[in-house]
Design a protein around this ligand. Structure first.
Ligand SMILES: Cc1cc2nc3c(=O)[nH]c(=O)nc-3n(C[C@H](O)[C@H](O)[C@H](O)COP(=O)(O)OP(=O)(O)OC[C@H]3O[C@@H](n4cnc5c(N)ncnc54)[C@H](O)[C@@H]3O)c2cc1C
Length: 445
């Protein structure tokens, strides 16, 4: 079993789904093992079951967002966060349906909403549900509500801890269901796991990062409003990563402050002495990179991500499609391949605004001497004497360059969301197998 899991990412991914289902259904299984007291009807039992499943799903959200490497390595952060979003909404619906059934089947229970007179366990449930509601609204509409990322992240954690903590308190308070020692034990375990994950994320992980500091070696301007930040490990061997992966960067402050930003590593996976990040100035943090002094302390949490050609070691070649700053993970793939004297064909289709904006333009030209690399620049604003590709990376353009035997290559796309969607659709229409298309999204939230 172990060797099978080690060989097959699909087996690992399937095993985690099994574990997830087992955990969220375990409260139900415990209810089934012991029949409920006589006189309790179907709707009451059904309503309680929904509440339990919803609460178990909420507890597991902590595990999904704790950046546990074995889980992350099975799916990639994109898929995990999508799953986190959808399951939060499902959990929220289950938790809302749970009391609604009670109110409809036994209208007397509406009195539980009277906050002043209701027992504490009902009040805990009301506050937990309100916290969950705020959590969902601020997460789904963060951008529309114009909430900056950092305060949002802080409040997201507070709402989540409140919802789960008070939800568990509510479950414990309703003694009917948890009167048996081992049922209490199960929920106590859930509570402890949630608490441990909080401690792990807020204390253990930052402490581990603080033990592996980096120093800024230099900051180098690149084309396209991008700065290369070069970090050198201090007192440790550095971060071993697969080309295309990313890390969370904390700069000039303690990792316990939890103000970190994700960036793809742009340097070669074979050069651990210095790690390079290509950072485009788009907001408060990224605009400050150009002013960072050499010697500034930095911390990394990583590597993460499954956007790496190294998972497909037996592919005959690669088609890499980048837009703007989406070139950074691809740069790492090409630099690593060059260091390893990889002789497979690489096709890079790279969309930029103008000729002068092409980040790493000269580096890419140099890589052509070391690799079987076909470079296709696509410019939105082309100079008059430009004879290359212009406009957008659409189906017609892709058809001109990708190999006739579509399945002989693996395809890696990193760009703004609109371009990624268009390219994904076009590749699908061009019969590229869906299992051969890999994407890295830079807009996680
Ligand atoms: C896997 C991954 C790899 C990335 N690699 C690169 C890269 O190689 N080069 C590069 O220039 N950019 C990269 N980014 C994007 C980069 O993380 C954001 O541009 C940066 O965090 C913006 O911070 P800001 O304060 O300058 O901008 P803001 O204006 O504060 O944020 C702009 C947007 O960036 C996102 N963002 C902001 N802060 C964070 C944060 N702490 N964590 C997650 N998302 C945040 C939010 O969607 C926000 O709306 C990557 C993002 C991801 C998810």
């Amino acid at each position: 079993m172990r060797s099978l899991l080690m060989q097959s990412p699909i087996a690992i991914a399937t095993a985690w789904i099994g574990v997830y289902l087992l955990i969220i259904l375990s409260p139900l299984l415990t209810l089934l093992l012991y029949p409920a007291s006589p006189g309790r009807g179907f709707w009451l039992e059904f309503s309680v079951s929904l509440g339990f499943i919803g609460l178990a799903m909420m507890v597991l959200q902590f595990a999904l967002t704790a950046r546990i490497r074995t889980i992350e390595a099975a799916y990639g952060i994109d898929i995990i966060l999508q799953f986190h979003r959808y399951t939060s909404i499902v959990a929220f619906i289950l938790i809302l349906v749970h009391p609604t059934i009670l109110f409809v089947t036994d209208p007397d229970t509406l009195q539980l909403l009277n906050f002043l007179e209701a027992p504490w366990r009902a009040r805990a449930a009301v506050v937990a549900t309100l916290a969950l509601m705020l959590l969902i609204v601020t997460a789904v509409w963060r951008q529309r509500l114009n909430i900056p990322y950092e305060p949002w992240r802080l409040w997201h954690g507070i709402f989540a801890a409140t919802a789960v903590g008070l939800g568990l308190a509510h479950a414990f308070g309703v003694a009917n269901y948890l009167s048996l020692f081992w049922k209490r034990g199960l929920w106590l375990l859930f509570g402890l796991v949630a608490l441990w994950l909080l401690v792990f994320v807020r204390l253990v992980k930052p402490w581990q990062m603080s033990q592996h500091p980096y120093l800024v070696e230099r900051v180098v301007p690149e084309r396209g409003n991008v700065w290369t930040l070069v970090l050198r490990p201090r007192g440790h061997p550095g971060l071993a990563f697969q080309s295309g992966q990313f890390a969370w960067l904390t700069l000039a402050i303690s990792p316990f402050r939890m103000r970190e930003h994700p960036f793809s590593i742009a340097s070669s996976g074979d050069n651990l002495d210095c790690l390079e990040f290509g950072i485009k100035a788009v907001g408060d943090f990224t605009n400050s990179i150009k002013d960072v002094e050499p010697g500034t302390v930095a911390f990394l949490d990583g590597p993460y991500g499954v956007f790496t050609i190294e998972r497909y070691w037996d592919a005959a070649g690669f088609v890499l499609i980048a837009g703007g700053i989406g070139i950074t993970p691809i740069m790492s793939m090409l630099r690593t391949a060059a260091d390893r004297k990889d002789d497979r064909p690489f096709l890079l289709i790279y969309a930029s605004r103008s000729w002068d904006d092409i980040t790493y333009r000269e580096d890419l030209d140099r890589l052509k001497d070391k690799l079987d690399l076909t470079l296709v620049h696509v410019l939105r604003e082309a100079p008059d004497d430009w004879s290359g590709e212009t406009g957008y990376v659409d189906q017609a353009l892709l058809e001109r360059y990708i190999p006739t035997h579509r399945g002989s290559r693996h395809y890696f796309i990193c760009a703004i969301p609109k371009m990624m969607d268009q390219v994904e659709r076009a590749l699908h229409t061009l019969h590229v197998p869906v299992t051969h298309v890999h994407m890295e999204h830079y807009n996680l939230v």
